[in-house]
Design a protein around this ligand. Structure first.
Ligand SMILES: [Zn+2]
Length: 206
């Protein structure tokens, strides 16, 4: 299994040869990073098997990309509309409605992707909503936004999920980090060997 960071809070996930683009193309919402042009072109040259979006905020979603994908592949983008379980090429995708961070009732889901290995992709989830996932089998890899690891108590909650590896997304470029998000996250995770923060374009193999 591997992931490549392709967006502010998105990755291209490959499990046993099947590809899943998760919140994986987005525009720029200051101070967060957009999908770089060369990465976008790579994705468009070789469309993933599955394209999924947790919600329709611009730092997670690109409407033009989604439309093009559907037109060119005749496959549907999977969005946050409802709870479901879908089978694809040997994989199972479970969509779980979860609360978006903050006082928000904006429609938002997290995705469980299961094949030989499993991933929970949490989108912009509220750290509190992680507890609501406790009835699902624990994942090999848990992918969360920085707001799930910027206090010691949130790190504890994230580790309680029991994943072997935790991947953190959604941090801004360091030069634009006026709220010192990097400082908070690095302070809370400095002794954690299983928490990774990929750079844009970086590939992590598990
Ligand atoms: Zn959002």
């Amino acid at each position: 299994m591997k992931i490549k960071r392709t967006a502010n809070a998105g990755v291209l996930l490959t499990i046993s040869g099947e590809t899943f683009l998760l919140d994986g193309v987005c525009g720029e919402v200051y101070p967060y990073m957009k999908t770089p042009q060369h990465i976008r072109e790579e994705i468009e040259k070789n469309y993933p098997d599955n394209v999924l979006f947790t919600h329709y905020h611009d730092d997670h979603y690109d409407k033009a990309f989604a439309k093009d994908y559907e037109l060119k592949t005749l496959r549907s983008v999977i969005g946050p509309e409802s709870q479901f379980v879908k089978g694809t090429n040997g994989a199972q995708i479970i969509s779980v409605p979860t609360r978006h961070i903050g006082k928000s009732d904006f429609p938002h889901v997290s995705f469980i992707i299961k094949k030989e290995e499993s991933v929970w992709f949490m989108g912009d989830v509220s750290a509190l909503a992680l507890k609501e996932m406790k009835n699902y089998e624990k994942p090999d890899v848990l992918i969360v936004p920085y707001a799930c690891v910027n206090t010691l108590s949130s790190v504890k909650n994230v580790k309680a999920v029991g994943a072997k590896t935790i991947v953190v997304l959604h941090l801004p470029e360091r030069e634009k980090d006026e709220y010192k998000l990097w400082d908070a996250v690095e302070k809370c995770t400095e002794n954690e060997e299983n928490i990774f923060i990929p750079e844009m374009g970086e590939i992590i193999k598990f």
